[in-house]
Design a protein around this ligand. Structure first.
Ligand SMILES: Cc1cc2nc3c(=O)[nH]c(=O)nc-3n(C[C@H](O)[C@H](O)[C@H](O)COP(=O)(O)OP(=O)(O)OC[C@H]3O[C@@H](n4cnc5c(N)ncnc54)[C@H](O)[C@@H]3O)c2cc1C
Length: 413
């Protein structure tokens, strides 16, 4: 096995794979440790949605850069990625959410992202399954996109390997050598890899990995689910993504059917330390009633989900990590030299991973990144740890209000 690396990346999901690729592209000697199969955990179970108008100019720049890189992914990496620029509709069902849409249109205009209000009739022309009742306002963003989630992390892994990265599936990081100056090595069952830099991109397990490094990471793994129906006559890939703000529900086309997912008020939060070491996300208990409740909450806008003949072809879920302010968590792990974090995906990590991995590679290798990551930096929580109950409650609130008016910090997925 490889015995030394410039950077050891822990985790081969969207975050770790993108970081590994961008580090290797810059000439770093990279090793990727993955406790299970490559790119096999939460990332391939995502919905694959993207959204570019974010809460602030720097978050919007990050999301725009990511969509640009998704669009040119195959040109850049030589790997396949199913990319569909279907655009997105966002639906407000009350005046408060309509005001949120007004602010988003203004922010989009300022950032150069196409987004504007459309009439219900125009929205129905684009999305014929949309019901007209109960809608206060709708925006249309033509450049939003969706991707096949399973293509992305494995594509970055393969591209990183071609650039010389060592991919080590079924090889967990089990401990760390920490010296006076910080990280000196990563222990695995196959031996220790000497390194001065570690990236904790361990998804649901990121907090455990950070604890092993001697740091604290205020994130809570939170179950998120979606369903995909059997094919439905008239449903096609030209259908845009649709999001209903107050219901926290999204709908898009998938494989001739419809995908529905969303954010319930009381999500399952998971203590990874209580799970067996070999736990695989495939074993995560799912609850489809959560999704039917969400579907019922948008029955006026999406009556199609009340059709008794509708059949579920796939029901899947994973464990994104939530932060207290619903923003990503990236940067140096406070207090541990040479340790870096890519976590707090807030159910929006897959789509932003191309730009975040690129920026993290710059930060690690150059000491700074061309995109401003201050708003998502680990530094914002340093020394301000909440107790466990408060952390869980604030992360629950962040999840439950993901699309809601007033939560303009949301990392939209
Ligand atoms: C149903 C669903 C829908 C979603 N929809 C969207 C969406 O539309 N848009 C979007 O952008 N995002 C979406 N997401 C969120 C997205 O999936 C996550 O943001 C993203 O996958 C996070 O990637 P990751 O690399 O952090 O995690 P993961 O993919 O879980 O990767 C982490 C990896 O680290 C490995 N690991 C852990 N500990 C160790 C260790 N000690 N040693 C070695 N390896 C280790 C794990 O085995 C795992 O493979 C969705 C998620 C779900 C579940």
């Amino acid at each position: 096995m490889i015995t030394s690396a410039d950077v050891v990346v822990i985790g081969s999901g969207a975050f770790g794979a993108s970081a590994a690729y961008h580090l290797a592209k810059r000439g770093a000697r990279v090793a990727v440790l993955e406790r299970l199969g490559l790119a096999s955990q939460t990332s391939p179970r995502a919905a694959g949605l993207s959204s570019q108008v974010r809460a602030t100019p720097s978050l919007t720049r990050l999301a725009r850069r990511a969509v640009g890189k998704l669009a040119s992914f195959t040109d850049e990496t030589g790997q396949p990625l199913r990319f569909t620029q279907s655009g997105a509709l966002k639906i407000a069902r009350n005046e408060r959410d309509a005001e949120q849409l007004s602010r988003e249109v203004a922010r989009g205009a300022a950032a150069g992202v196409e987004i504007d209000f459309v009439s219900i009739a125009e929205a129905q022309r684009r999305l014929p399954i949309l019901g007209a009742r109960g809608i206060a306002a709708i925006t249309w963003s033509p450049t939003d996109c969706n991707v096949e989630p399973s293509d992305l992390p494995i594509g970055y892994c393969r591209a990183a390997e071609k650039l010389g990265a060592a991919l080590l599936p079924h090889t967990p990081a089990t401990g760390f050598e920490i010296g006076a100056g910080g990280v000196e090595g990563v222990r695995t069952p196959q031996g220790t890899i000497a390194t001065r830099a570690v990236v904790d991109a361990a998804g649901g397990w990121a907090r455990l990995v950070a604890a092993g490094l001697g740091g604290a990471l205020p994130v809570v793994p939170t179950r998120h689910q979606l369903l995909i129906t059997e094919p439905i006559a008239g449903v096609g890939p030209e259908f845009p993504i649709a999001r209903v703000i107050d219901a926290n529900v999204y709908v898009r086309h998938e494989r001739g059917g419809l995908m529905l997912g969303g954010y319930e008020p009381d999500p399952l939060q998971v203590d990874m330390a209580a799970l067996p070491p070999a736990f695989d996300i495939a074993e995560l208990p799912l609850d489809i009633e959560v999704l039917w409740r969400l579907a019922r909450s948008v029955s006026e806008q999406f009556p199609i989900f009340q059709d008794p003949t509708i059949r579920v072809a796939e029901h899947r879920g994973g464990l994104p990590t939530l932060t207290m302010d619903d923003r990503y968590l990236a940067g140096p792990l406070p207090g541990v030299g040479g340790a870096w974090v890519m976590s707090g995906c807030c159910v929006g990590g897959l789509s932003v991973s191309p730009a975040l991995g690129e920026a993290m590679a710059e930060w690690i290798l150059d000491g700074t990144s061309s995109l401003d990551l201050t708003e998502i930096s680990t530094a914002r929580f340093a020394g301000r740890e909440a107790d466990e109950a408060a952390l869980r409650e604030r992360c629950r609130q962040a999840y439950a209000a993901h699309y809601r008016a007033g939560r303009e910090t949301s990392a939209v997925s």
